[in-house]
Design a protein around this ligand. Sequence first.
Ligand SMILES: [Zn+2]
Length: 670
Amino acid sequence: MTNPLLETWNTPFGLPPFDLIEDAHFAPAIETGMAEGLAEVEAVANAPEAATFENTIEGLMRTGAVLDRVLGVFYNLAGSDSTEKREEIMREFSPKLAAHSAAIYGNRALFARVEAVWQARESLDLTPEQARVLMLTHRGFVRAGAALEGDAAARMKEIKGRLATLGTTFGQNLLADERDWQRALSEAELEGMPQFVVDAVRAAGEERGADGPLLTLSRSVIVPFLQFCPNRSLREEAWRAWVARGENGGTTDNRNVAAEILVLRQERAQLLGYDDFASYKLETEMAKTPDAVRGLLMDVWHPAKAQAEADAALLEERMVADGVNGPLQAWDWRYYSEARRREEFALNEAELKPYLQLDRMIEAAFSCASRLFGLEFRALDVPLYHKDARAWEVTRNGKHVAVFIGDYFARASKRSGAWCSAMRTQRKFPDVQAPVVVNVCNFAKGDPALLSYDDARTLFHEFGHALHQMLSDVAYDMISGTSVARDFVELPSQLYEHWLEVPAVLQEFATHADTGESMPQEMLDKVLAAATYDMGFQTVEYVASALVDLTFHEGAPPADPMAEQARVLADLGMPESIVMRHATPHFAHVFTGDGYSSGYYSYMWSEVMDADAFEAFEEADGAFDPAMAQKLERFILSAGGSEEADVLYQKFRGRMPGVEALLKGRGLAA
Ligand SMILES: [Zn+2]
């Protein structure tokens, strides 16, 4: 049987031949890719010649081409158009691929060669990009534990295994607590709540086979319930159950799990030669040090807390007018805040939507990219993986830049959320390769398809990631496009959202589906005001969580994480009526894996940068200032991970980002 995944693709732009690929082709192609990749790595590791940059670092980059190509297609299909077969392949190959990667990083002969090139780096006359990929390759091996020997290597293996188990346990305990708690609601207890909340608790009851409506801890049930339930003692009961997830005693209690995770992370960091886990984690980030993270968070904390306290006073007034004496409690905030929002900042979604047609918003995103970077978009008629997906050729001055695929509509086979991925990344080594970039969203279908304002922002956000991939201009795919630090990767995407808010853009593209008229200014003002509502609360609950996460991973691990959490919050002077967005026993970002541990701050770090970066345009000649656009492309969008993120940012902005623009954007500036 010929397998199209393993053949040369003689298709327009070398796109995957989607019309020929069948699910049965994936497993054998991945097996072949892994086997070939491993043989290629062995050849690099055991080469008879002395190690050089070319035969070792570039040699490694030549390996695994088949696997990369096959997985580029497979992961995209598994996420955007899953089938039972594709899920089965995913389950089968996740552990195999993890073992494949561990085998490469654990190859001692290979690491010895990488180490030899690293030691000789000063005498090699490398280009800046080559020096960068050498450093990243070497660091990747060291951080994976490749330099450890004997007992230390054995202990590292043990720690990694135990941490993986504990992370899974943490997540499963949380899920069990969310699944097991429920409370029957009487008809009388439904009074005063809007129909959609009543429908949600009835649906929850039906789903669990109860006689009547049920309150559960599923986010889509509990949050609206806390926003709309007028019965204060019922709100308190619901809120207490919600914040107790992972902290209920018994076999699903996460407090000891969290404590053990923190101890093992510290040991792992020290085995690798770092002072503590935060230093290990932040080394690869733009922030680099715990002090830099804390400095930024505290700059935001003080104004946010002041705003939250001012808002709390207003909400308490409402509560007293309701006949309830203070103080305002955590189970009151969402309820009175929602009432205030309805009165002061209400947006009529039904009136807004006809102005936000999907096709017009795609045009808007393309048009901004044309004005900023001279890109042009031409619809392509090529076979794709689903009939709803569309493709465009992206060119500049008549030269091919990329293929952009937009897959915008929700369907049962698509995972939720929105994302950008590359089926093929930009590179020049070992061959010149133009990127194939995909944006996947979950918008509702319609004729014409209409978006909410959040949807339109998502479209611009993902297109910002796509520009980072499409404008990438580096030699090696290891540092191409979005292969940058976690606290830097959201800069291009969040920054691009600002162009949606440029009045001229909305005026031209937010036109009514029936009348063709532009969105009225008054509606636009309301949209923008609604976006910053309740930011004091949201910032306080977020920053408190980020600071607790950071403190946990600095210095010696706490013997009792709950006591440490209480101490951090007391030092901050946490407002009485607000709690952490995620308390330790249910802080899944930090404890189900390593991704966001001592990294929860990175959402705000990126937001500080995007606000600061857009301000650079405003300080110049406005949103389309050509000199700023050129700098943005040169130092950020085309540069990928070719230099440290802070260096790139300073080249673009002339300085490091300050928090002022973010505070203004969130309505928190004094
Ligand atoms: Zn993003």
